[in-house]
Ligand binder design. Structure first.
Ligand code: FE2
Ligand code: FE2
Length: 322
């Protein structure tokens, strides 16, 4: 580890099982405290301490917010029919009585990246696109999201969107998404970002660093991003592994640090829903509206499609549109 003296070697003995398990979750570039005793040039660790996240008090909310990500508009695997049912629902024209009641409470819709499929994101992507022009993909997104009435929409970028890829990612540039910018109820924000919505603080992060966690740490995978999100909160950093799959820009200030504890941590990217409440914080991955792609077939990844998490007056509900 790097410390004030330069570097220090820390030994974690595998006989101390719980400590050893803690050590297995340590990643390359996190901030970590070590309690231990010095033995020659080694520090024999007895405890590892993360920056940590305190338990938070639940806040009252008398409205709903809806979480989307990874719609991948423009892809031949975008599930347009399911998405149209979703739009009908949010406008109060679809679903049973209970679902329509939830829809009537919706004040905010957050889209956590990969709103379109993009161009040239991976080799031979053009074979899986029905809209092969990035501008037209955003036009189609504007047409679809433009049908949503009376809901404030917040859009943040993912790795399939246009603009700078390195995180922190600035908002999707207007030059690509002009029609979306024209919609009065749409606001654009960066990835990551923290938004306060009538007192509820939502930390939005697309989730690129999940790839690094799934590759590096035993027991972590794309299927259980709730476990990774919990780890991010304890490490107080959204991408604490540098130099692997997550492109990170060097900035004067580290915008990937989780400064404030959010009420909701909203992520996407892996196309698999997950939800857990941890220390009073809602950890939610909003899945996708894209069915299994050729790439996912090779790796046997089964996406959870058109399952939309809704935080309805403080309780998370998953509504299905497929
Ligand atoms: Fe995606
Ligand atoms: Fe993504």
């Amino acid at each position: 580890m790097e410390d004030e003296t330069g570097t220090a070697s820390v030994l974690v003995h595998n006989e101390n099982h719980s400590l050893f398990e803690d050590a297995e979750r340590v990643v390359k570039d996190e901030v970590l405290g070590v309690v231990g005793t010095r033995k020659g040039s080694l520090i024999m660790a007895s405890q590892l301490i993360n920056p940590g996240t305190p338990r938070i008090d639940e806040k009252e909310m008398d409205f709903s917010m809806v979480f989307l990500s990874d719609t991948h508009i423009g892809s031949s695997t975008f599930q347009g029919d399911a998405f149209n049912r979703f739009i009908k629902w949010i406008n109060g024209e679809f679903g049973d009585e209970k679902q329509q009641e939830i829809a009537s409470n919706v004040r905010y819709l957050i889209v956590a990246g990969d709103i379109v499929d993009g161009i040239g994101v991976y080799p031979h992507q053009d074979k899986e696109l029905i809209i092969k022009d990035i501008y037209k993909q955003y036009e189609e997104a504007a047409r679809l999201f433009g049908e949503i009435d009376d809901v404030q929409i917040i859009i943040t970028p993912g790795n399939h969107d246009a603009g700078r890829l390195a995180e922190p990612q600035p908002a999707i540039p207007e030059e690509y998404a002009g029609d979306l910018y024209k919609l009065k109820n749409v606001k654009f924000a960066s990835n990551p970002c923290m938004v306060g919505l009538d007192g509820i603080n939502v930390l939005i992060y697309h989730g690129r660093s999940f790839d690094d966690f799934a590759m590096t740490i035993k027991g972590m995978s794309h299927q259980n991003t709730d476990i990774i999100m919990k780890e991010l909160l304890e490490k107080r950093h959204l991408a604490p592994i540098y130099g692997e799959r997550t492109p990170l820009a060097s900035e004067v200030e580290d915008h990937m640090v989780i400064e404030e504890v959010p009420d909701v941590l909203h992520t996407g990217h892996v196309h698999i829903n997950s939800y857990k409440k941890y220390k009073g914080i809602h950890l939610v991955n909003s899945g996708t509206f894209q069915s299994q792609t050729e790439f996912q077939k090779i790796y046997n990844i089964m996406p959870t499609v058109a399952q939309v998490p809704v935080l309805n007056q403080g309780t998370m509900k998953i509504l299905k549109f497929n």
